[in-house]
Design a protein around this ligand. Structure first.
Ligand code: ARG
Length: 287
């Protein structure tokens, strides 16, 4: 019966290894050991569905924000929900202020982040990113009456940004590290409110969010100003450095939703247009 013993041992060992591997990438309930060990050799072992805790700063419409019922909704939520379904995990979104979001990931309070996070070399040193899922760039918001026509015009002005964002970095570079003209806010909507109130002369933030705000707040009387000097940015989902298991599940789900048209459908639902990569010529676009 040496053969049977070896088989039982191998089965137990692989169940254990699988459980350990999953435990390493998030909270989950391992199958009871006794059950796994007594299952007939041919029975598929039901994979435990892992619940991944997702941090997001839900003050960033149309990507992540709270609806009237205080539910976290938006492009990122739709996308990650679809990604998780294909990747074989479950998600639980937790509103997490931007200023503490990377710490929450590093300390293990969140298993992953989706928060319109630009993939940067600096951030890559402390976290791992999924494949990119969205192209972005900075965009300037000013009052309709403003004379600002390009980024360099902001040099002598007060500029609002969300603390610690790529918008903050971009403006800090232009105005200087010690400049008191960079006004930092906890959220991008707060910076935009201050623009309306006249406390700052411009706001620099991600284009999708600025465009959405300007379109949905006609009373603010803002316009947008773009500048070719703004570097292209790409959003990625972040996991704790070294969490290769979860990252693989995310990337697997992401490529599946890109391939089967789900990504394009969510994009169109959010922005009303096809994603750029698959875009038809403007003249042929019909919605
Ligand atoms: N893309 C910018 C960055 O990574 C801003 C992201 C802000 N996201 C948010 N949910 N507040 O710095």
């Amino acid at each position: 019966m040496a053969h049977q013993d070896t088989r039982r041992f191998l089965k137990l060992a692989s169940a254990l290894v699988a459980g350990l591997a999953l435990a390493a990438c998030g909270k989950q309930t391992p199958p009871p050991a006794a059950e796994a060990a007594s299952a007939p050799p041919s029975a598929p072992v039901a994979a435990p569905v892992k619940v991944v805790t997702v941090g997001t700063d839900a003050a960033y419409a149309p990507f992540e924000f709270q609806n009237e019922k205080a539910e976290i909704v938006g492009f990122s939520v739709d996308l990650l929900t679809a990604v998780a379904e294909k990747g074989g995990f479950q998600v639980k979104f937790v509103n997490t202020p931007w200023e503490g979001i990377f710490n929450a990931l590093g300390q293990g309070d969140r298993d992953m982040l989706i928060s319109s996070i630009t993939i940067t070399d600096e951030r890559k040193q402390t976290m791992d990113f999924s494949d990119p899922y969205f192209d972005a760039a900075q965009l300037i918001a000013v009052k309709e009456t403003s004379k600002v026509a390009k980024f360099a015009d902001l040099k002598k002005l007060k500029v609002g940004v969300q603390t610690g964002t790529t918008g903050d970095e971009t403006v800090t570079k232009l105005l200087g590290k010690t400049s008191t003209s960079v006004k930092r806010f906890e959220s991008t909507p707060l910076a935009l409110k201050e623009l309306e109130a006249g406390g700052v002369d411009a706001v620099v933030a991600d284009n999708g969010v600025v465009i959405h705000y300007v379109a949905n707040n006609p009373g603010s009387k803002f316009k947008t100003v773009s500048d070719t000097s703004f570097a292209p940015e790409q959003y990625g989902m972040a996991v704790k450095k070294g969490n290769a298991e979860l990252l693989a599940m995310i990337n697997k789900g992401l490529s599946a939703v890109k391939a089967d048209g789900t990504y394009a459908a969510i994009y169109k639902k959010t922005f009303g247009t096809e994603p750029a990569a698959a875009a038809a010529p403007a003249s042929a676009a019909s919605n």
